[in-house]
Design a protein around this ligand. Structure first.
Ligand code: DLL
Length: 436
């Protein structure tokens, strides 16, 4: 079994954890109220002062922070320290509008690599490992986040970044990497490229995969594990909170351990903004209690999940979040029915005749929403009889209809028709938005 990076914190009694969170929360609120006009204003409007915050139970008195708050104060207006204390910035681009810019002090970078070192140790990465980082380096937090964490555990880091997939395969083979870090969709792209180059998984030394930055299903996990010959684990994070390493699975694969001594999680109803009782599915909200440059308070992630506060079989007591199934703003409403791309993926990947490359296209014709799902068939299958392909299309269509409760057009397409992704995959084209 993998060990702990910081056993005292990771197996801490829950009462002690809550006490620590309360103390850190109070100190954070006092600091931001004093130093950042933006936060002071927001709290005054909500009618709260730092004296009202004495423990985690007072969290609900504080106002939420939204992505738009960061955009409105672009680029550095929400930073809680002067720029001479900021040693790095990252940024994430949304689908619309300006970038969201985040900053780090030297201590923040230290906290981040501590979270990443814990995450990697959760699944057994040690100083003996060779870690191939194929997340993008640059403004995206994936590359440098994994990089610093792997260095912190003393592993050998290969900082490849994304792209040039053929070269990735050659490097994986020649440098004998034991750990692969990239988005799950890029892991599949690498597997495809290996097949094309005639490189067998047995020629590589991979034993672990650290995959995240986008939602992925258990079915996808099975495919990746099988095709790359490794154990695949889920890592979660967002730049606004720190980057990758906000939460990470352990070997139990039964939820992602949240680094709750740094970030307090809550689950709320995304519409009423009410805090939901333990075990409810809702939107994840985080409050940073150790960050210096950007300590976001009750940040609305838009990610949908469930929290589990029971002790894990691995011995860790930290709360776990279930795999993120989607974002509240990713949800498609098709003829009044809520549909998440992950539900579609779960259905598609049950079929061995198709590849895990698909695209959901939503359109509106004569005031009616229509959904088309394009999915690649396995190489060679397209030359099969038309009747066989039609039967497969029909089976998938019926399955989608009974699982999702709405009908969809299923279109099988040839191998390599759907655009591959080197980072976060784009799975949905919603043409209805063009008419909004
Ligand atoms: O994606 C940080 C990251 C890098 C996480 C590498 C894991 C690995 P952003 O670009 O700010 O940061 O995007 C954050 O990506 O709110 C989720 O919607 C989604 N996301 C991240 N990890 C997961 C995951 C990075 N494991 C947004 N499962 C988040 C599902 C994820 N969604």
């Amino acid at each position: 079994m993998a060990g702990y990076w910081n056993a005292d914190i990771e197996t801490m009694d829950l009462e002690a954890l809550k006490k620590l969170q309360g103390e850190r929360l109070k100190a954070t609120i006092e600091r931001v109220y004093r130093n950042v006009p933006y936060y002071a204003e927001k709290m005054k409007r909500a009618g709260v002062t730092p004296d009202d915050i004495n423990g985690v139970e007072d969290l609900k008195k504080l106002p939420f922070t939204y992505k738009t708050d960061l955009r409105d104060n672009y680029p550095f207006g929400t930073f809680a320290v002067p720029m001479d204390q900021v040693v790095r910035v990252h940024a994430s681009s949304g689908t619309t509008g300006k970038m969201t810019v985040v900053g780090y002090t030297e201590n923040d970078i230290h906290t981040w690599s501590e979270c990443m070192a814990r995450s990697l140790t959760n699944v057994g990465v040690t100083s003996k490992d060779i870690v191939h980082v194929a997340y993008g380096y640059g403004l995206f937090t994936g590359g440098l986040g994994l990089h610093y964490g792997a260095e912190r555990v003393g592993a050998t880091v290969i900082p490849v970044s994304g792209g040039n997939t053929r070269r990735q395969v050659e490097l994986l083979r020649d440098f004998k990497a034991t750990v692969l870090c990239c988005t799950p969709s890029y892991a599949l792209y690498i597997a495809d490229e290996m097949a094309e180059m005639g490189v067998k998984k047995e020629e590589l030394c991979l034993r672990l995969g650290i995959f995240g930055a986008e939602p992925w299903t258990e079915e996808m996990r099975q495919q990746i594990e099988e095709r790359l010959g490794l154990k695949a684990y889920d890592i979660y994070g967002l730049s606004e909170i720190i980057g990758p390493g906000v939460a990470m699975e352990c070997e139990e694969k039964n939820g992602l351990h949240i680094m709750a001594d740094h970030f307090i999680p809550e689950i709320i109803d995304p519409v009423t903004e009410e805090v939901l009782p333990p075990g409810s599915k809702g939107e994840l909200v985080f409050t940073c209690i150790t960050k210096e440059a950007l300590p976001l308070i009750r940040y609305r992630t838009r990610d949908l999940t469930i929290l589990d506060w029971h002790k894990c079989a691995c011995g860790r007591t930290s709360p776990r979040m279930f795999k993120v199934t989607g974002r509240s703003d990713d949800m498609l409403i098709i003829r009044g029915v809520n549909v998440f791309p992950s539900q579609v993926e779960s259905v598609l990947l049950k079929y061995s005749e198709v590849e895990p490359h698909y695209m959901i296209i939503v359109d509106r014709k004569d005031n009616l929403d229509i959904m088309e799902i394009q999915i690649e068939v396995t190489n060679g299958l397209f030359s099969d009889e038309v009747r066989k392909l039609e039967a497969l299309e029909r089976r998938i269509r019926e399955d989608i209809e009974s699982t999702l409760g709405i009908s969809a057009k299923v279109r099988l397409v040839e191998h390599k028709t759907i655009q591959r992704s080197e980072g976060k995959a784009k799975r949905v084209i919603d043409r209805r938005q063009l008419f909004k």
